[in-house]
Design a protein around this ligand. Structure first.
Ligand code: TPP
Length: 329
């Protein structure tokens, strides 16, 4: 497939935006300015960027505990994300949620939650609602390899397949569930084959290759939109930071048990420099153009921090203000 230069630049910009945002949280986490647990998405950017590049504004996305990238790629506001991670009133969840409870109905990001596999059934419900209403939207459920061990995934696959729901299951296989390597939890390493008994078309794709992600998601979204869904995509990838916090613990105590050599090997497959080299090497884009994007993103991210820090915390007396919706009269 041939792509326009603008398309390449938008994919690149989104990945750089997600990375810059994630890395900007490192120091405030270490200094204690950010108090909530933060699961950084660094290393997995190609997946959110490549999947969402196929989605319409009206399509819906459900995330996980590691969802900053999913939120931004779906069109969520960077400033509201940063403010939420600081638990400020100006955040996307009015400062009540923190990093793991993001929501932005405006952009179609319908929620993230720390309960592993917890949002899969919510995504199923959204896809079913769309079917009942006769709509034409696609819903994406993101989850990790650890979530593939939860029974709800299999119930959701069965129901979605039975009703041919427009639901895209996106498994981000980064080979670890907290500190547990996948080979210690699954008898079969490939997760995508789990969809076969449910008659769901499934694929395993290199999740660090943004164009491969884009292509696989394009086929999947088309199937869903044409009423042939659901589809299951397993993207292999690796997180470049700890499970939670920069160094695997909230305030920075290093507890990462992953072999140093393995981490170093995956750094060579970092999706951003790989894509950058590809663009420069094929002379589609100049280094200067990419540097300009890097700089403008960095300014945007630092402005988002300034803005967040300049705003107030929620009033503790209003803690429960948004727990219940207003009664319908
Ligand atoms: C139902 C449930 N069980 C256990 C936990 C504790 N927990 C938090 S994150 C996590 C690992 C998740 O791994 P994975 O789904 O692969 O996502 P990743 O962190 O690798 O992105 C676990 C077990 C939880 N939050 N919810």
């Amino acid at each position: 497939m041939t792509y326009k230069k603008e398309f390449f630049l938008s994919l690149y910009r989104m990945m750089v935006m997600i990375r810059a945002c994630e890395e900007s949280f490192v120091e405030p986490i270490r200094s204690g300015e950010i108090r909530c647990p933060v699961h950084l998405y660094s290393g997995q950017e190609a997946i959110a960027a490549g999947v969402s590049a196929n989605l319409h504004h009206t399509d819906k996305v459900f995330g996980t505990h590691r969802s900053h990238g999913h939120f931004l790629a779906k069109g969520g506001d960077l400033r509201k994300l940063v403010a939420e991670v600081y638990c400020k009133e100006g955040g996307c969840s009015v400062g009540r949620g923190g990093s793991m409870h993001l929501i932005d109905p405006e952009s179609g990001f319908l929620g993230s939650a720390p309960i592993v596999a917890g949002t899969i059934s919510l995504a199923l419900g959204a896809a079913l609602a769309d079917r009942i209403r006769g709509g034409n939207t696609v819903t994406v459920a993101y989850f990790g390899d650890g979530a593939a061990g939860e029974g709800v995934l299999y119930e959701a696959m069965n129901f979605a397949s039975l009703h041919k729901l427009p639901l895209l299951f996106v498994c981000e296989n980064n080979f670890y569930a907290t500190h547990m390597p996948i080979q210690e939890t699954r008898s079969r390493k490939s997760i995508f084959e789990s969809a076969e008994p449910f008659d769901i078309r499934s694929e395993r794709v290199d999740g660090n290759d943004v164009l491969a992600v884009y292509e696989a998601a394009r086929r999947a979204v088309t199937d869903c939109r044409e009423g042939q869904g659901p589809v299951f995509l397993e993207f292999t990838t690796y997180r470049l930071r700890g499970h939670v916090g920069p160094d695997d613990n909230i305030q920075g105590d290093h507890t990462d048990i992953r072999p140093h050599r393995e981490v170093e090997e995956w750094k060579k497959k970092d999706p951003i420099p790989v894509f950058r080299d590809y663009l420069i090497h094929d002379k589609m884009v100049s280094k200067d153009e990419l540097d300009t994007i890097d700089k403008s993103v960095s300014v945007e991210v630092s402005k988002a921090h300034d803005l967040a820090l300049g705003t107030g915390n929620p009033d503790p007396r209003e803690l429960a203000k948004y727990v219940f919706s207003k009664p319908v009269s």
